[in-house]
Design a binder for this molecule. Structure first.
Ligand code: CUA
Length: 346
């Protein structure tokens, strides 16, 4: 009986202590969607149970190692016993009930986070090795950055063009695989203004680690400005700006930003190393040898053609794998920006 009391006290103290520590290390990133509440609650409950089980198993084991160790001069055999019906029933029934409770809680959280709002914005997300594109069919916009209005549900239709990818914005908590040949769904209602990052969470080849895209949660007004800018119908409000329209952004800065957000850098290095596609370093103005042995000078026209119609002039030694949709995804200014940026990489 003494041992039972000792072990019980040990387990209670160690569980409370460990949970105290775990609750102070922030395991989760900032919560930025309505799913975060129920997901974090269920995650917390799992952590509580797991912490208790960890302490239970290791606590009893360590206690036994010390309390029942062989004493000096004791060379007798340990007593032999076989089975313990009560104990065995206990470790079958209790975990079964716990697992069933978690199944019910999990199903309830799943139905909460996948519930559809009456008003939702559809976004078709396409993943390919190794870039993301976002199509807003109701707005007539296609983009390489994911912009979402705050407190409005986004209904994502997830498609892959090649292998399995996985859509994951940690701050939104939910994760969904993209499976070739199938439409997958995910509903997210962002609740916190800010900039986040979409990552691919499924190992999908050489540049998997670079398969990211910027995610911005915007106020309704800022989202409307972005929409109008993308559609080319934005007008600077009276009395602001520099007069004569918005000041043009530096093309090199635009290009550098797009190179990262559109996924160019996943395949084109800027330091001369060979990844999937030719490096951008020292490319502009150089003579390039094509697959058919002919050569061409990498002038603005060649660089632009290679972005909007990448299969037209294949560089010798490289596969024809670049996505063919950049002419729809990038604006004319963004393409000019990328060319300006490449020209700075001497
Ligand atoms: Cu796509 Cu990893």
């Amino acid at each position: 009986m003494r041992h039972v009391i000792n072990v019980t006290i040990l387990i209670i103290v160690a569980t409370v202590g460990l949970l105290f520590v775990l609750n102070r290390v922030h395991l989760m990133p900032v919560a930025a969607s309505t799913a975060a509440g129920p997901v974090d609650w269920l995650f917390g409950l799992h952590m509580d149970i797991i912490t208790f089980l960890y302490v239970l198993i290791n606590g009893i084991m360590l206690y036994c190692v010390f309390a029942f160790r062989r004493r000096r001069g004791d060379d007798s055999e340990g007593s032999y016993f076989h089975g313990n019906t009560k104990l065995e029933l206990g470790w079958i029934i209790v975990p079964t009930i716990v697992v069933m409770i978690f199944a019910v809680l999990g199903a309830s959280v799943l139905s909460q986070v996948s519930a559809a709002d009456a008003k939702e914005m559809k976004v078709i997300v396409t993943g390919r090795q190794w870039a993301w594109t976002f199509e807003y069919p109701d707005l007539g916009i296609t983009s390489t950055e994911l912009n979402l209005p705050v407190n409005e549900q986004a209904h994502f239709i997830l498609r892959s063009e090649d292998v399995i990818h996985s859509f994951w914005v940690p701050q939104f908590r939910l994760k969904q695989d993209l499976v070739p040949g199938q439409d997958k769904e995910l509903r997210i209602t962002p609740t916190l203004l800010g900039s986040y990052q979409l990552m691919c969470a499924e190992l999908c080849g050489t540049s998997h680690a670079y398969m990211t895209a910027p995610v911005n949660v915007l106020s309704a007004a800022d989202f409307e400005i972005w929409r109008q800018k993308r559609l080319g119908i934005y007008k600077e409000p009276e009395g602001t700006g520099t007069g004569g329209g918005a000041a043009a952004e530096d093309p090199v800065a635009v290009g550098k930003k797009v190179a990262s957000s559109a996924g160019c850098v996943a395949c084109h290095s800027i330091d001369g190393s060979k990844i999937v596609g030719p490096t951008w370093k020292g490319l502009a103005g150089e003579s390039v040898t094509l697959a058919d042995g002919s050569t061409v000078t990498a002038d603005d026209a060649y660089l632009e053609e290679s972005i909007v119609n990448p299969g037209a002039k294949m560089v010798q030694g490289y596969p024809d794998v670049m996505p063919k949709n950049f002419k729809d995804v990038l604006t004319a200014d963004e393409i000019k920006g990328i060319i300006a940026y490449i020209k700075t990489l001497k």
